[in-house]
Design a protein around this ligand. Sequence first.
Ligand SMILES: Cc1ncc(COP(=O)(O)O)c(C=O)c1O
Length: 405
Amino acid sequence: MNSLNVQRLRKDFPILKKKVNGHNLIYFDSAATSQKPKQVIDGIKYFYENLNSNPLRSIHYLAERATEAYSDARDKVAKFINAAPEEIVFVRNTTEAINLLSFALPLAKDDIVATTYLEHHSNLLPWFNLRNKGVMVEIVDVDKNMDLDLSYYEDMSEKTKLVTLSHESNVSGTINDAKKISRIAHKKGAMVLVDAAQSVPHLPVDVKELDVDFLAFSGHKMLGPFGIGVLYVRKSISNQLSNFLSGGEMIKSVRLNDVVYADLPNRFEAGTQNIEGAYGLGLAIDYLNAIGMRNVEKYGHALALELFEKMGQIKGLEIYGGKSRNFGAIAAFNVKGLHSHDVAYFLDKKGIAIRSGFHCAQPFVEDKLRVNGACRASLYLYNTSHEIDTFCGELKKIVNTYGRG
Ligand SMILES: Cc1ncc(COP(=O)(O)O)c(C=O)c1O
């Protein structure tokens, strides 16, 4: 596991020095939100002390600095996923990005949206909401290894207007072949949206290489602040989208009977935006770029293999991930005989943070894992082999004391 210097990098994350319940914090909940390096934390303070103003509106010194900061952040995001700056729409998070599209896409009665069983609620509910105007939602199934049934896409109806899928599942950790699915979907005339909330933080993601039309992700899962996210919109199809929110900055001119709307991306950024958040996201991207996304991916892969290997040696666990063709360092599991919240509680007493419950993917957890909740350990670039050993040691104790495995 030498693709990055984890001990040096951990020093950048002040929170990792914390004691929780008398133990060194082991943070295995990065799929929910990542921790932040001091470069991002300090950068946000710098923004408020040096650059703060409302961008795009005034011509004074500070307004110009804020405008530059916002525009530089957009450039950094664009470069990070190989898009053009105007194709980057800033939103609050992945959820808002997908909701925006569900309002903006020209979907009508009898059109089909194909989403999947692996989705977070945020890539289900916005589409379910369209059922009341007659849009049909189909759910692509998974096999026993939690890989998507690709034959669905080969056979899908020409009424399918949108294919949407998570790039990496937040429960099974499955990394889907978005490029292949996109190729098939485009051949059938459908547009493609990828929910990249769990992939952009962990892998190099290139929207041109994947050839997708839309891609959504959240800053807070990739070392950035809360409240800032991204919707990538392929420029050539942006004129097919209707407006979402209306108000300041999304127009070119307004007369009482005549409104001329702005172009991409401003048309989708009505009102004062989260400038500090965009600035912080830019700093998070600088941090990830300094390590190199290939190294982040390699290290994450090594962590995933080690995690599943060591957990696999513990009798009395049911482990749900780690079987698909490609997967990340996200391990969903249960201790036989215990509720997931109890396991999370016991681990917390040892300073280990995991998540438990449905993970905002209740259909997947109930119908596919066939449980009423699961634990989830999700790792990131600041986690270590030593932490995996401590985690597995504590899990073993829980199994031996309370489990029925
Ligand atoms: C795959 C996936 N999609 C969407 C989301 C929603 O992200 P946010 O809450 O930042 O909008 C999450 C969050 O966990 C996720 O894991």
